[in-house]
Design a protein around this ligand. Structure first.
Ligand SMILES: C[S@@+](CC[C@H](N)C(=O)[O-])C[C@H]1O[C@@H](n2cnc3c(N)ncnc32)[C@H](O)[C@@H]1O
Length: 196
């Protein structure tokens, strides 16, 4: 029986003790674009179960900080320089209270995804709302020069959102990592060098 890409990365993550196969998407982005650096302060939106935190934490190390936020609790034991918070990124009071003491960040990551319904148009519209909210939080929370990496289900909002991001960052790329499931519409917009 042939293994799908999904099986392959799922098994690899289990074998390498990572919390989710999603780690290989950020790993590829990191290998290609060196978004994360030792000592960086990183905000990870939609962070559960925590594989991006594992990767980011290992790179930034004790001189840095990783704050992971998700609707679901993040249950893994991370080092002291990792903070995990349960909450909804659309709740402005939560965002202000949770992040007010930690801004500015060097990198804002968002792997947020809606629970999918199977209706591609509805799912991509909900993904676009998550992307827009992540972008809004990133513009508030990022230091000048900072980087933003966020997932988006490719759909009718794609060109509009990419144009918005381009206005605020000096460099942008659209990435579809190899670990992405074949049938998935997801891509990542990578934006570097936030303008002042
Ligand atoms: C694909 S998973 C993230 C996987 C994660 N990057 C990892 O490596 O373990 C997407 C996450 O987005 C979260 N999410 C969706 N909507 C959210 C919201 N409004 N606020 C916070 N998190 C949200 C979901 O709860 C889910 O855990």
């Amino acid at each position: 029986m042939a293994f799908t890409v999904q099986d392959y990365y799922f098994r690899k993550a289990k074998k390498e003790h990572y919390l989710a196969r999603a780690i290989y998407k950020l790993e590829e982005i990191q290998k290609r674009f060196k978004v994360l650096k030792a000592g960086d302060r990183v905000l990870d939106l939609g962070a559960a179960p925590g594989s991006w935190i594992q990767l980011a934490g290992g790179i930034v190390g004790g001189a840095g900080l990783v704050v992971g936020i998700d609707l679901k609790p993040i249950q893994h034991d991370f080092p002291k320089y990792v903070i995990t918070l349960e909450g909804d990124i659309f709740d402005p009071d939560f965002v202000q209270t949770a992040l007010g003491d930690h801004v500015p960040f060097n990198v804002v990551l968002s792997d947020m995804a809606p629970s999918t319904s199977g209706n591609k148009v509805a799912d991509s519209a909900r993904s676009a709302l998550l992307f827009e909210r992540a972008f809004e939080v990133a513009l508030w929370a990022l230091a000048p020069g900072g980087a933003f990496v966020a997932k988006l289900f490719h759909g009718s909002d794609f060109h509009r959102l990419l144009a918005e991001v381009k206005k605020k960052f000096a460099q942008t790329r659209v990435v579809r990592p190899e670990a992405t499931r074949k049938q998935s519409k997801e891509i990542y917009i990578l934006a570097m060098k936030k303008k002042t």
